[in-house]
Design a protein around this ligand. Structure first.
Ligand SMILES: [Zn+2]
Length: 124
């Protein structure tokens, strides 16, 4: 084998290796995307399971102490969120109507949207 054909062979082999490596990189990227998609679907399924379980808990179902405790914690967090939202509305000079859930002025006695009598906070 002469010198030039030896070099030519080496260049061809190197090119094949580079091509193979870049094909592998493309394949790895595709596989990682597919893995990420499946992981996202699992997360979504877990969320759906949790939401369904919590909905059933609110309707009186029990799935044992562990889940009941978790659901009770979620219920408390939802109540905290509601209180925090009301505080934000109050700072904006508004409140949520107890009749229609519309955001209305804090100092109105009757909801302009549904007409329900709304409690007015005594500001001292
Ligand atoms: Zn209303």
């Amino acid at each position: 084998m002469d010198f030039l054909s030896d070099i030519g062979k080496k260049i061809t082999e190197t090119a094949k290796t580079v091509t193979k490596k870049s094909e592998s990189l493309v394949e790895i990227t595709k596989l990682n995307l597919a893995i990420g998609n499946e992981e996202d679907k699992i997360k979504k399924a877990f969320l759906e399971i949790g939401s369904e379980l919590y909905k059933n808990f609110q309707n009186g179902e029990s799935y044992g102490d562990y889940f009941d405790t978790k659901c009770t914690e979620i219920k408390e967090m939802e109540e905290n969120i509601a209180k925090l939202r009301e505080r934000v509305l109050s700072l904006k000079g508004t409140k949520t109507c107890t009749g229609c859930n519309e955001v209305i002025d804090e100092d109105v006695k009757y909801c302009p949207n549904c007409g329900v009598k709304t409690p007015v906070e005594n500001v001292e």
